[in-house]
Design a protein around this ligand. Structure first.
Ligand code: NAP
Length: 407
């Protein structure tokens, strides 16, 4: 048997994936161990069935979160971050945010320390999953949320603190701003560099996957120099880097009478509040969405609800160097250790990871078997409570059912 090896990159930046590949995982806190156990069984089953005797994943555990703290007193060690970088791909369960430990959020810290600038969340209806929408099959979107800046940059001062007093005095006395007394202050940085690399990734994804449009979602009518600038820089990078592959919505109506020419992606923009209405009323008009951090956080959960909730929503955080694939929900502490919750979010994130490393047959097998399992009406509690006549099974049994449907 070949020795297991790490993923590397060739000189053109393409991933070189050994058939016996080492992939790091973080089990996660709360429900993490339950959903990870089910996910590992499903991924291993799919790889084994898709590439029998040929390919295999050798899982390498990283101790992060409560497990890391118990083991060596560290919630998130530099060593664990180094391992993710070194292996280029990792998968993780949800992590508790330790309160009062000096770390804002382990998830945000991982994203910032590894500069995982794009949070990618596909939102696609899985047949038979209960949905509040009349025509959920019209939903096929991929959100590209900027991950490193905006109000999530962590530049803020509490009301009454010396920092807030100092910044308020500067804003009032030097900049002439009118601020209420004792305001808490948060800073919202949005930069051209970070905006352009995010929007470029979103457009590349639309090109590779033949999506018809990329929508820049922003609140630029109010926050002109941050969200408005995001919109402008988004159009700029689209024209600078992808001129022969895109047209703007303005060009669509000025030059093409509203019908996009074959093979061109339409770049458009929408104000964030209106967008929440339009994704409900006309979901078929949206495919790839690129947006700053806070908007992306809100729209991801809202769209997940349209296709079955957080338990079904996969995600990935990527940079040009590495990718961390993760469940989008939290640790759901009340269900920890009960082997009860829906593992689909992490399982579908695993399928995204397999696509990322080019093992697409296994990825597709996971998605089709998950769909067959839901269709058969044997589902976890969250779906069972919405599907009349469904049989409720636990988390591990649901994973086993998915593997059974692969055979
Ligand atoms: P949460 O853990 O996402 O859970 C909220 C609710 O969502 C659950 O009570 C459950 O709803 C539903 N849910 C979540 N995961 C599910 C699953 N796999 N299957 C079925 N239903 C699921 O949110 P939270 O309670 O606000 O956060 C708890 C902790 O997680 C916090 O420490 C937070 O910081 C952390 N967190 C981590 C991440 C991450 O690691 N990426 C993300 C968000 C939050 P019902 O009660 O209706 O059954």
């Amino acid at each position: 048997m070949d020795q297991p090896g790490k993923i590397t990159k060739n000189s053109s930046g393409e991933l070189i994936v050994p058939d016996h590949v080492i992939i790091p995982f973080i089990e996660g806190d709360g429900i993490g161990p339950d959903i990870w156990r089910a996910t590992k069984a499903v991924i291993d089953g799919a790889v084994n069935i898709a590439y029998p005797g040929e390919r295999k994943i050798f899982w390498h555990e990283l101790f992060v979160g409560e497990k890391g703290f118990k083991k060596d007193g560290q919630w998130l060690s530099d060593e664990a971050l180094g391992e993710i970088k070194d292996h280029m791909v990792a998968i993780k369960g949800p992590l508790t945010t330790p309160v009062g430990e000096g770390i804002r959020s382990l998830n945000v810290t991982i994203r910032q320390k590894l500069d995982l600038f794009a949070c990618i969340r596909p939102v696609k209806y899985v047949d038979s999953v209960p949905s509040p929408m009349k025509n959920p099959q019209k939903i096929d979107m991929v959100i590209f949320r900027e991950n490193t800046e905006d109000v999530y940059a962590g530049i803020e001062w509490a009301s009454g603190s010396p920092g807030a007093e100092k910044v308020s005095a500067f804003l009032r006395d030097v900049m002439g701003a009118d601020l209420p007394e004792n305001s808490g202050i948060g800073i919202k940085p949005i930069s051209p560099g970070n905006t352009k690399r995010l929007v470029a990734k979103a457009i590349e994804h639309a090109i590779e996957n033949e999506y018809p449009s990329v929508t820049l979602m922003h609140k630029g009518n109010i926050m002109k120099f941050t969200e408005g600038a995001f919109r402008n820089w988004g159009y700029e990078v689209a024209i600078e880097k992808f001129r022969d592959k895109i047209i703007t919505e303005e060009e669509l109506y000025d030059n093409y009478d509203g019908s996009p020419p074959e093979g061109k992606i339409v770049i458009k923009d929408r104000i964030a509040d209106m967008m929440f209405q339009q994704v409900l009323l006309r979901p078929e008009e949206f495919s790839v969405i690129a947006t700053p951090n806070l908007n992306g956080d809100y729209i991801s959960d809202a769209l997940a609800a349209q296709v079955g909730g957080l338990g079904m929503a996969p995600g990935a955080n990527i940079s040009n160097e590495c990718g961390v694939f993760e469940a989008t929900h939290g640790t759901a502490p009340k269900y920890a250790g009960l082997d009860k919750v829906n593992p689909s979010s992490l399982i579908l994130s695993g399928a995204m990871m397999l696509d990322h490393i080019g093992w697409n047959v296994a990825a597709e097998l996971i998605r089709s078997s998950l769909q067959a399992t839901v269709k058969s009406g044997t589902v976890t509690y969250d779906l069972a409570r919405q599907i009349p006549g469904a049989k409720e099974i636990n988390c591990s049994a649901f994973g086993n059912e998915i593997v059974r449907h692969m055979k």
